[in-house]
Every structure is written in structure tokens, then in C-alpha cells.
Design a protein around this ligand. Structure first.
Ligand SMILES: *[C@@H]1O[C@H](CO)[C@@H](O)[C@H](O)[C@H]1NC(C)=O
Length: 371
């Protein structure tokens, strides 16, 4: 018997045992979160015309925007009802084939901008492009230029998110995996890949330093208001990690919060609290399978496709979950669209002037929710 057949047999046997003892209905259902408010369906929807997957969003220092990076590689700017979305910047110069809103096979050519942040001092927009590394574009937009593409001789494979410390002239950013690319993000989860890294880029010396390594899908990044610590979402483990940057614990990492699902971006509000967007709540199946990394690795090999794997992890009821954390890591509020009536698969929550601006890596719109 070939080793592939043995793996198939083992996978099927395990799944058969699982389905004998558990009701598939609950196995793949997004679990309820105590105290959550099912209010996000009331969000207003702002369509990203002709595009999908506004993953991160940001406003400039004049309060204009938001700006957002979409799946075809462009960074768009919202200029109000009358003008709509305009094209602000691109990360790749070779865009002849970048004509479809969603073409994952072309992401390495067209670029896939994820985390966005303006440098308040210079007005430059920094871009974490999943395929092209850390990039920057001036306040007038256009073609972004390269900032950094590797650390310690190892190229970035999945640059994801960043935050900027203006005081220290440094940028903290994540590379989610040294093996897998963004379009393979399910494999990062399934294989329990731990090759992610957190870096620091010094804008003056242009040096890049690896601060943390062996992370399991490091994703969103946010500095605390006083700059004493940095939060990093670790998607696979459903945790927010805290790296102390100053004080007696400088350099140490602890768990800031444990979440009921897979965190994407983390954004600080004006009160110093943090909003975390969950891509989805973790299903009981996702939790169960994480005790068998070999099984997670085997599922794509025995023919499960992306959609099936995504559904088994994220549940067959697409939904939206946003979590507000205090500066100590306590869960202050959970807002959901449990039925996914308006929002689902959200990737970022930005609080601004009494509104939550809610991005999504998969949907063709941004949600605006009045708090
Ligand atoms: C531009 O992209 C196409 C794929 O769309 C590729 O075949 C070609 O080599 C690229 N050209 C350059 C100059 O990188």
C-alpha cells in the first residue's frame, strides 16, 4: 500500500470516529460568545466598486479617506459620495494582467496590500504587501517603492501588518510565514506552521531586526498608547501576544488575551483600547484538529479543497465578530453579526468619531457601524 493510501485511510478513520461521537451540526457551528451583542447587522455598507477584499483601512493626517488595499493590488481612497473611490497607489509596476477583482494566482505579480499605516511626520503611506514586502508611497500616491524584503537573509513570504512609532522612527511589522504565501493561509493554520516573525525596521539606519520568531501565524500589530508594549495577533493560537518594549520586562512576551476565534488586525482607539477583528470564531472541529497537526497537513493532500477546509475552520455560518480589549487585555465588548446578515469574515475594526469602520479580506465592501 502506498503511503498516500495509508494517510487517506487514517484520515478517513479519524473523521469517521469524530462524526460518530459528535453531531456535525455543532462540530462546524461557530460557538456562541457569552455577553456578545448581535448588533453588527445594523452596519451601513460602503461598496468598494469593482474590487473585493478591503483588508485594512486607514485615514490620513487630514482625516481624509479611508484608504484601503484590495485584492487586485490597488490602494483606493474614498473621496466621498460624489467622487467615490479613486485609485491612490499600487505596489507593482507590472499590472497588465491585473484586471480581475480577485485572482489569487496573480497576487505575486499584482501585489496584495494588507496592513496600511500613515507616517504622521512625513505623510508617507507604509504598506505591508503580502508578496512584495514592506513598501512606501508619498502623500500624492502612485507607485510604491521598496522599503525592505528580507530579514537575516530570509525573504518575507507573507508580510501582513504593521504599526509605526513616530517617536522612535521605527516600524514594527509581521511576516506570517517563511514557508507559505497569503493565498495558502489555510495551510498556515492547518499545518500549525510556526515560522512567522515579528520585525522592527529603523527608518533612520534602515536596519531590520527580528524581534520574535517561531510564531504561529503572526498577523495584526498595534502599539500601546504610551509605547510601552506592542500587541501581535497570533492567528493559529487564537491569542493576542504582548511584547514589552520598555520598563523592567522589556523584551519579554506574554499572553495579552485569549480569543474565541482567529484574530486578524488589531487597532488602537483614541482611549488606548484595542479593537480586534476575528476572521471567524473557531469551530469545535478547528479546535479538535489542532491537536493533530499531521492530520491538518494531510487534509489538503487527500483532496479537501480550500472552501471545504475554510468552512470546517470558520464554520458553515459566515459571521462577523469584533472584540474590544482594555489596555490590560480584558474583553470589554463583543459585537457580532451572528447570522452574517450584513458583515462576515472581517479583518479590521477602526474606531473613529463614534463609528467603527470595518474591513474584510473577502467581501466587496466596508461596514460602518455607529457606536
Ligand atoms: C509581468 O507579469 C507577467 C505575468 O502576468 C509575467 O509573465 C512577466 O514576466 C512580468 N514581467 C516582468 C517584467 O516582471
Amino acid at each position: 500500500m502506498s503511503s498516500r493510501l495509508i494517510v487517506v485511510a487514517a484520515v478517513l478513520a479519524l473523521l469517521a470516529i469524530l462524526f460518530t461521537f459528535f453531531n456535525p451540526q455543532t462540530l462546524f457551528a461557530p460557538p456562541p460568545v457569552p455577553g456578545s451583542k448581535d448588533h453588527l447587522h445594523a452596519a451601513q455598507v460602503l461598496h468598494v466598486t469593482g474590487a473585493v477584499g478591503p483588508e485594512s483601512l486607514v485615514f490620513d493626517s487630514r482625516g481624509e479617506g479611508p484608504y484601503t488595499g484590495v485584492a487586485d493590488g490597488r490602494i483606493l481612497k474614498w473621496e466621498g459620495e460624489e467622487r467615490g473611490w479613486t485609485e491612490f497607489a499600487v505596489t507593482s509596476s507590472n499590472r497588465t494582467d491585473c484586471v480581475r477583482p480577485f485572482a489569487p494566482e496573480l497576487e505575486h505579480v499584482c501585489g496584495r496590500p494588507l496592513g496600511l499605516k500613515f507616517d504622521k511626520k512625513s505623510g508617507d503611506l507604509y504598506i505591508a504587501d503580502a508578496y512584495l514586502g514592506l513598501k512606501v508611497v508619498g502623500p500624492a500616491g502612485g507607485l510604491a517603492t521598496q522599503v525592505v524584503t528580507e530579514a537575516e537573509g530570509q525573504p518575507f513570504h507573507f508580510t501582513n501588518d504593521m504599526d509605526i512609532s513616530e517617536d522612535e522612527d521605527v516600524i514594527y511589522f509581521t511576516d506570517s510565514s517563511t514557508i507559505f504565501q497569503r493565498r495558502q493561509f489555510m495551510l498556515v493554520l492547518l499545518s500549525k506552521d510556526k515560522t512567522g516573525r515579528l520585525m522592527k525596521y529603523n527608518k533612520l539606519t534602515k536596519e531590520v531586526t527580528v524581534l520574535l520568531r517561531d510564531l504561529a501565524f503572526p498577523n495584526g500589530v498595534a502599539l500601546s498608547r504610551d509605547g510601552s508594549f506592542l500587541l501581535v495577533a497570533e492567528t493559529t493560537t487564537c491569542k493576542i501576544l504582548r511584547l514589552w518594549l520598555g520598563g523592567p520586562n522589556a523584551g519579554q512576551v506574554d499572553t495579552f488575551a485569549v480569543l474565541p476565534g482567529f484574530p486578524d488586525n488589531v487597532r488602537r482607539n483614541s482611549k488606548g483600547q484595542f479593537w480586534v477583528a476575528l476572521h471567524a470564531k473557531a469551530t469545535p472541529f478547528a479546535k479538535w484538529i489542532s491537536s493533530f497537526p499531521w492530520l491538518g497537513n494531510a487534509l489538503p493532500k487527500v483532496g479537501f479543497n480550500f472552501k471545504q477546509l475554510h468552512t470546517s475552520f470558520a464554520g458553515w455560518k459566515p459571521h462577523a465578530t469584533a472584540i474590544k480589549l482594555s489596555d490590560k487585555g480584558e474583553i470589554l465588548e463583543v459585537l457580532e453579526d451572528c447570522e452574517g446578515k450584513t458583515l462576515k469574515f472581517i479583518s479590521e475594526v477602526e474606531e473613529r468619531d463614534g463609528k467603527l469602520w470595518i474591513a474584510s479580506v473577502l467581501m466587496p465592501f466596508i461596514g460602518i457601524y455607529k457606536v
